[in-house]
Design a protein around this ligand. Sequence first.
Ligand SMILES: NC(=O)c1ccc[n+]([C@@H]2O[C@H](COP(=O)([O-])OP(=O)(O)OC[C@H]3O[C@@H](n4cnc5c(N)ncnc54)[C@H](O)[C@@H]3O)[C@@H](O)[C@H]2O)c1
Ligand SMILES: [Zn+2]
Length: 340
Amino acid sequence: MQNLWNPDISELSLQIANLNPSKIIVLVDENTHEQCLPHLIITIPELDGAEILEVPAGEESKTLEIAAELWMGLNDLEADRSSLLINLGGGMITDLGGFVASTFRRGMFFIHIPTTLLAMVDAAIGGKTGVNLGPYKNHIGTFQNPVATIVSPVWLETLSQRQLLAGFAEVLKHALIANEEYWQGCSTVSEMTYKSLAPLLERSIEIKEKVIIKDPFEKGERKALNFGHTIGHALESLSLHTSQPLLHGEAIGLGLIYETMISAQRGLLSEHESERILATLKMWYGHIEHETDPEKWWPLMLKDKKNRGQEVNCTLLQGIGKALINQQLNKAELAKLLIG
Ligand SMILES: NC(=O)c1ccc[n+]([C@@H]2O[C@H](COP(=O)([O-])OP(=O)(O)OC[C@H]3O[C@@H](n4cnc5c(N)ncnc54)[C@H](O)[C@@H]3O)[C@@H](O)[C@H]2O)c1
Ligand SMILES: [Zn+2]
């Protein structure tokens, strides 16, 4: 797989020339159909005559039922193993499209063009594809790399502030687990705009890629990427049935705050380090409404896929730029956490 940093997406023309696919199909959701597809088609002449498959926007489309509709759609379009599916969208589209392409006729070519910040730095990198099975997130899926992931910041221009802030949580996570200097750069960001975020993308992708190359099937080191996610996932789940569901990245922003606090409580971070980290994280995510009672988090944390038995497995920080995987959390240490 190649991850291609190319601000003008013209790289796609080269990829198409190399593959010489029998047919090109672009998968979009209703928003990326409207906001992104016109620009892609104008820029890439090879897409003249490409077929378009559209699904409704939102996580509700990441199901086996929609995947089956897409398999039928590909069949009706007479796609074969040498056809190319281009996944133009956020993480929902790259997960769903990657899954559909990696299973259709035992696998056809696919290329990701991520259009949300979260998909650019996270979902479209690393070869995990999948759909949800009822309430179980990403329960059915494959590990399959696309032919290429072409990352261009151009798509950030139409993304809402809320979506940008959600994706930024994963950028901050990458910095915290991997590189102090990059963290310093990220912590000077003062606005959620294309201009301030675009320069951070390349490094963030590089960090995720490095972790994945060392551990492609999530046996060990990849767990570093779970920093912020043990508590974050619990907060995300708890919010889903309220009137204010959190975006994944918003929950992760909060999870980063709490898991930094736990790292500090354990003496893994100096006071100075934890103050620096928390000042930035709280500025962006501290105001987000969420369930603050750890008693309510705990049952959900116990259900986390990463656990073994009754222990909660978590990734913590040992200094800025260094993740410490396989830490067992206990309920008592959660009681002291309060975002001040
Ligand atoms: N495979 C992985 O390793 C991995 C990692 C992290 C997350 N994920 C998955 O990613 C998904 C979340 O991704 P997401 O946050 O990108 O959500 P998403 O794909 O649902 O996109 C969020 C919203 O933004 C809209 N949108 C997308 N691009 C746009 C643009 N350029 N301009 C305007 N609107 C745009 C979408 O239509 C949608 O309404 C989840 O399903 C999650 O499980 C996967
Ligand atoms: Zn995440």
